[in-house]
Write a new protein. Structure first.
Length: 437
């Protein structure tokens, strides 16, 4: 009785290990896990080299890059996996051209209004030159996003995993080496520069590893090819761009609100919590989401239902989330001062509350591309509008209602959690009705 059961269990385990879906997820997850291990292991050194002010400045720069980056790319990277290869190449070229145009515009704005912008976001006067790094960040971010999306479309998941190691490892080494060489007053620009260099290095690696067919198409993209790729896609591109604008505002507005309402030190606490909690969880969730997007897009093009795929991956993400974030909370929160230094003790509450945010987000965000895959334009805009409305309401209460920092964070996480769960229910409905016979 026992032997047949063990045989069946062994056969099921072997089938699971050899399953192409798990193999692709493992390829991405292994590289992503190594990258995050590098970043997390370096965090205690970084928090001793860089002050909460430095982390706050870095987080504000990344927030600006992300918000403007939506229009510097139109988030065409989300359109690349479902597209034909010729159209995907045209989208890559358009992303790079748009990012260069927005970089020039942002340089002009910094030239004319740099000091006023610095005062608005409460940058220390001696650090406002960091705004000149924004154009470089925009171009580097667009190049990386384009190459990553094209690599995902080609199913080159091991390369995407290695690119995560190159990106995080490169920027971390730069931060440690240059940060140690400079005096504390001169380190404020080191983290944004390292971030840009890491993005460019990863983009170059992905470009060098693309198949010859994709590289040839990229070299010979003409304006008419871009026009053909956009033909019939403009409503969806516009919906994605608007929806993603709202998405990044919902993600990045809190750091600006914290800087203005509570000061740069609290912005630094939030930035550290993002680095050790939100950023790793988002990176791993995006890795799983890339595999889901590639598989679901292919199944959609071929007329098959991808609802079973969503169910299998959701089971994995919810299981990993429950185990991983409970462990993270038990280890990190009680030992903030020991791990990161005494000046970071005040970040313990921020880390604890963002663990809840990250746990729910990790379980649900791999599937948020479903609405784009099925072409649900109204939902793409509507759900992101709800997200930004919730965050704006919390932000207004913080700025004008006198909320304490702790109450603001709790309200923010409650709103985010509710909307993550609403989105997960919706994408399950989309997956069930897509290509339904």
């Amino acid at each position: 009785m026992l032997r047949p059961s063990m045989t069946r269990l062994r056969a099921a385990t072997t089938h699971l290990v050899r399953h192409p879906l798990l193999r692709d997820v493992t390829k991405l997850m292994s590289g992503t896990a190594i990258a995050q291990a590098i970043g997390l292991l370096a965090s205690p050194l970084l928090t001793r080299l860089f002050s909460p002010n430095d982390f706050g400045i870095f987080s504000i720069m990344i927030a600006m890059m992300t918000i403007i980056g939506v229009w510097a790319t139109l988030r065409l990277d989300m359109m690349i996996p479902p597209a034909r290869i010729a159209d995907a190449s045209a989208f890559v070229r358009l992303m790079n051209l748009l990012s260069m145009l927005l970089a020039l515009c942002s340089a002009g704005i910094v030239f004319m209004f740099g000091p006023a912008i610095a005062r608005l976001i409460k940058l220390p006067p001696e650090t406002d030159a960091v705004l000149w790094l924004l154009p470089i960040l925009l171009v580097a971010n667009a190049a990386f996003m384009a190459m990553r999306a094209l690599s995902v479309r080609e199913g080159r998941f091991s390369r995407v995993g290695v690119s995560a190691i190159i990106r995080v490892g490169g920027m971390t080494l730069f931060w440690l080496a240059i940060g140690a060489a400079l005096s504390p007053d001169d380190r404020y620009a080191v983290m944004p520069i390292g971030h840009a260099l890491g993005l460019l290095a990863a983009a170059a690696y992905l470009a060098s590893s693309l198949p010859a067919r994709s590289l040839n198409l990229l070299r010979f993209v003409r304006p008419q090819s871009i026009g053909r790729a956009l033909k019939g896609q403009i409503p969806m591109v516009a919906a994605v761009a608007v929806g993603q604008t709202f998405s990044v505002i919902a993600q990045r507005l809190p750091i600006f609100v914290i800087a203005v309402a509570y000061g740069p030190v609290y912005a630094g606490f939030y930035a550290l919590a993002e680095r050790i909690v939100l950023a790793p969880s988002v990176l791993v969730a995006n890795a799983m989401g890339d595999v889901y997007r590639q598989r679901a897009s292919k199944m959609m093009r071929e007329g098959h239902s991808f609802a079973p795929l969503l169910r299998r991956m959701a089971f994995a993400t919810f299981g990993l989330s429950a185990a991983g974030f409970v462990l993270l909370g038990l280890i990190v929160v009680p030992n903030m001062g020991l791990v990161f230094g005494i000046e970071w003790l005040g970040a313990a509450f921020t880390v604890a509350i963002l663990i809840v945010n990250a746990a729910v987000g990790f379980a649900t965000t791999p599937f948020d591309c479903t609405s784009v895959i099925v072409g649900a334009r109204r939902y793409v805009v509507g759900w992101q509008t709800a997200r930004v409305a919730g965050v704006v309401a919390c932000s207004a209460a913080a700025l004008y209602g006198g909320l304490s920092y702790e109450v603001f964070l709790i309200a923010l996480v409650c709103v985010r959690t509710l909307l993550y769960l609403v989105d997960f229910i919706a994408v399950n409905v989309f997956a069930r009705v897509a290509n339904k016979p």
